[in-house]
Ligand binder design. Structure first.
Ligand SMILES: [Zn+2]
Length: 254
């Protein structure tokens, strides 16, 4: 069996049998891996406290050619995320983990994905919560990591330069369009267009903790939800965001 030592981030765990856990890890070296942590649910297990969603670990795994890998050793690579200050902060911390899990196949490691998730957690730690602007930057960057970044400079249909103050979004195509082509589309407020421009350029940590006015949050959240739904296989609205209730439901109509 091959031995792998890699910086890792815990995406989630599942119980296995009476006393074990399956840990789903995003590893720097090999992307998403599922590994059995034997006995991790025993009360005296030292590993139990490490396998929290979002925990930054150094993992040593036995890689098996098929089936689940095995955890050999785990150690903390950094402190556990501090307890979230409220439900929204918790949801925005869990959502990036869930998005990576939904949109990444076992053994798949798109270049930049590990560093992107690290950056999201750096933003969370720096600002006492990642905040909506940085979370949206994470979603935009997730599209870029998969080669699906969105085009805001030119109309997706006719190719003309776009005026950021007169931007439309076509839900069916999930593209930005000029007023002439995007007549049926969603009319984006200038503040939403500004936000979309900002998040398409920077890493999440550059916008750490920055709040967004509710109308911008709803509109940009909806655009990103539609773009991710249309373009990124496996994507669906994270359950963690769903728990914020209909007021935060990005699928809701304006
Ligand atoms: Zn056009």
């Amino acid at each position: 069996m091959e031995l792998l030592a890699s910086a890792s981030r815990v995406l989630r765990t599942y119980p296995l049998g009476e006393t074990s856990l399956i840990a789903v890890l995003l590893t720097r070296e090999r992307g998403l891996l599922r590994a059995v942590a034997k006995g991790a649910r025993r009360p005296q297990s030292a590993v139990r406290a490490m396998l929290e969603p979002g925990a930054a670990l150094d993992a040593v795994l036995y890689l098996r050619p098929r089936g689940l890998h095995l955890v050999k050793e785990l150690s903390f690579r950094g402190p556990l995320p501090r307890p979230a200050s409220d439900l929204e902060a918790l949801a925005l911390r869990l959502a990036p983990l869930e998005l990576v899990l939904l949109t990444t196949q076992e053994g798949e490691a798109p270049a930049g994905l590990f560093d992107l998730l690290e950056d999201a957690f750096a933003a969370d730690a720096a600002a006492g919560g990642i905040g909506w602007a940085a979370f949206f930057a994470f979603e935009a960057a997730l599209l870029r990591v998969h080669g699906l970044g969105f085009e805001l400079a030119h109309c997706g249909l006719c190719g003309r330069s776009l005026d950021p103050s007169r931007l439309r979004f076509l839900p069916g195509e999930a593209q930005f369009a000029c007023p002439a082509c995007g007549g049926e589309g969603l009319d984006l407020a200038p503040a939403s267009a500004d936000c979309l421009n900002a998040i398409s350029l920077v890493r999440p940590s550059a916008l750490a903790g920055r709040p967004l006015p509710a109308p911008v949050r709803r509109q940009v959240g909806r655009v990103l939800h539609l773009a991710l739904s249309r373009h990124l296989p496996g994507y669906r609205l994270p359950r963690s965001l769903g728990m914020l209730g209909p007021a935060r439901d990005m699928t809701a109509k304006e």
